[in-house]
Design a protein around this ligand. Structure first.
Ligand code: GLC
Length: 584
């Protein structure tokens, strides 16, 4: 991942593929492109929270379908849907009680098919969840297992023990609710293993029947046409004595097996690994291109927050230096926020204390090992800071994921339980129920965000559509600019050293595309002198304005930036740069 700057011969004969103006980039999606996920902009949402079409207070597939135009206009070309299967909803749907059905509150299988079709018509791909580490305790497989005799094949679908001290070296993930990874089942008269809530027993991946059953679930949704599967909580599939029960070789073997099943029948579909681990451990989830196509880069996420608050690029540069190369056809997924807490598992104790102190002063903002707040409140509503964070999201190596509502700067509600404060209804308008639902307000699945400054009366899509300077309209432009250049999705990431640590500088490089990104992490104006002599003769074309900046010479290249400013340049030979320059 990390490479020093070198001189790149620019291929001047390459025809200018660069589209001026406002290309409708979704049209450029090639449906047969096996690397489509490298050029994706992923928009993550919960069907329940997005739009309610039948006035029952819960969002549904038909509601989401109504809003596909909005998603397309934002510039997202992939939607990641949180779990929508039947569930007691004690973990917001990650506690699945039937894998091949749809929670009737959200619609029917036909509604889901209609959504898929409508999305595909717009060249929007759909990623769904494959939650296989555990099921709900209400799943018929678990009900059968607990009732079946000890050591019977049916019991063996889950992980049981008579001794709750087994696998004692395994950490607890939901530290606020769980005291042990074992719970007693009075019916079975044994303890069952669960890495998450006690109502989510872990499936036993040492049992080949379980692996086969999971493959069938996978095939069910892929046959319907989903384009990718997020593999939830994937490091924990297998347990072994004397280990921490994470990232075990046997777990990787299961993944290779699932991947082979995917490749055998479903070309161009992908796995996205949720492996909240250090970069060198996550690297294993790509395997030799025979496990997952994509994996979230968990450790870089909190470090972007650290860097902007410390006004120092070091946290980001350090973690990127520790990030190994990944196979050519694999890809990182970069995110700022998601439906969970902003996890602080992949930081040091000292860094965790710093994050809590700076971003979660009120204990209510904390949950488990993390912070349950949205991007805009984390940035104290600072527009410049929110823009800079989004610029990093769009320019760091990998595919960016936008969490629904963050594109309009939605707030959170730290008085709601669990992580529900960041899962409130989407704010469409200043109308009743934020345009989310026509139900009685009391019937909504969750309270709306109402208080200033993030309440829906002011923060909503309708208002931001009307104002050219709104965050939403700015986000659209940001995505548009990013999508003009393949280097952002496919290029290498090369840090550029500069004396001023308040400025984070890097180059993204893909074939003849060379993009220089300069980010001022400070709340004050800064200048930076860059040693770019290896690129002497090139002219920086600023990507938003299409203005040519002075050419790069032998002297250090000087740039000045206002507070939290960022600049993106394409570096080109002078004649080429001029041909792109906006005529003023
Ligand atoms: C994943 C999900 C999280 C869920 C957990 C247990 O980490 O992202 O929301 O609670 O799995 O299912």
């Amino acid at each position: 991942m990390y490479r020093p700057i070198t001189e790149t011969p620019v291929d001047e004969s390459t025809p200018a593929t660069h589209a001026r103006g406002n290309p409708h980039h979704n049209e450029s999606v090639n449906d047969n492109d096996s690397l489509w996920y490298k050029d994706a902009i992923i928009y993550q949402l919960h069907v329940k929270s997005y739009r309610d079409s039948n006035a029952d207070g819960f969002g549904d597939f038909r509601g989401l379908l109504e809003k596909l135009d909005y998603i397309e206009q934002l510039g997202a070309n992939t939607v990641w849907l949180l779990p929508f299967y039947p569930s007691p909803l004690r973990d917001d749907g990650y506690d699945i009680s039937a894998y091949e059905e749809i929670n009737p509150t959200y619609g029917s299988i036909d509604d889901f098919r209609a959504l898929l079709e409508a999305a595909h018509d717009r060249h929007i791909r759909v990623i769904t969840e494959l939650v296989i580490n555990h099921t709900s305790d209400q799943h018929p497989w678990f009900q059968r297992a607990r009732r079946a005799p000890k050591d019977s094949p049916e019991r063996n679908w889950y992980v049981w023990s008579d001794d709750p001290n087994k696998y004692a070296g395994t950490r607890i993930i939901f530290t606020d609710t769980e005291k042990s990874n074992w719970s007693w089942d009075p019916e079975a008269q044994q303890f069952y293993w669960h890495r998450f809530f006690s109502h989510q027993p872990d499936l036993n991946f040492d049992n080949p029947e379980v692996v086969e059953a999971v493959k069938n679930v996978m095939r069910f949704w892929l046959r319907m046409g989903v384009d990718g599967l997020r593999l939830d909580a994937i490091p924990y599939l297998i347990e072994r004595d004397g280990t921490n029960c994470e990232n075990l070789p046997e777990t990787h073997q299961v993944l290779k097996d699932l991947r082979a099943a995917l490749d055998a029948e479903f070309p161009n579909r992908i796995f996205l690994a949720e492996a909240n681990q250090w970069p060198s451990d996550v690297r294993q989830y790509f395997g030799h291109s025979d496990e997952c196509h994509m994996a979230f880069h968990f450790p870089v996420m909190p470090r972007m927050y650290m860097a902007i608050r410390k006004e120092d690029r070091t946290p980001v540069v350090d973690i990127m230096r520790q990030t190994p190369e990944i196979p050519e056809d694999c890809q990182w997924a970069i995110f700022l926020r998601n439906h969970d807490e902003l996890t602080l598992e992949m930081v040091t104790d000292e860094e965790r204390d710093y994050m809590y102190r700076e971003y979660a002063r009120d204990p209510r903002m904390r949950i488990n090992v993390g912070i349950r707040r949205r991007l805009n409140p984390l940035m104290d509503g600072g527009r410049r800071q929110v823009e800079l964070m989004n610029a990093l999201l769009m320019s760091m190596p990998g595919t960016p994921i936008i969490y629904y509502g963050d594109e309009i700067g939605m707030g959170d509600n730290i008085y709601l339980g669990d992580r529900n404060g960041v899962r409130t209804p989407m704010q469409w308008s200043a109308d009743r129920n934020a345009g989310f639902s026509e139900a009685d307000t009391a019937a909504l699945f969750s309270p709306l965000i109402v208080d200033p400054p993030y309440g829906y009366h002011t923060v909503n899509v309708g208002a931001q559509e009307r104002v050219p300077t709104s965050l939403l309209r700015w986000m659209r432009r940001l995505i548009n600019v990013r999508q003009e250049y393949k280097a952002f999705g496919r290029g290498t990431w090369e840090p550029v050293d500069a004396a001023n640590r308040r400025v984070l500088v890097f180059i993204r490089r893909y074939r003849d595309e060379l993009i220089l990104c300069v980010n001022n992490l400070s709340r004050f104006a800064q200048y930076v002198e860059l040693d770019l002599h290896a690129l002497r003769g090139m002219v920086p074309l600023e990507l938003w304005s299409k203005n040519c900046f002075p050419g790069i010479g032998d002297l250090p290249y000087l740039l000045t930036l206002g507070p939290h400013n960022f600049l993106w340049f394409r570096l080109m030979p002078p004649e080429q740069a001029k041909s792109y320059q906006r005529s003023t």
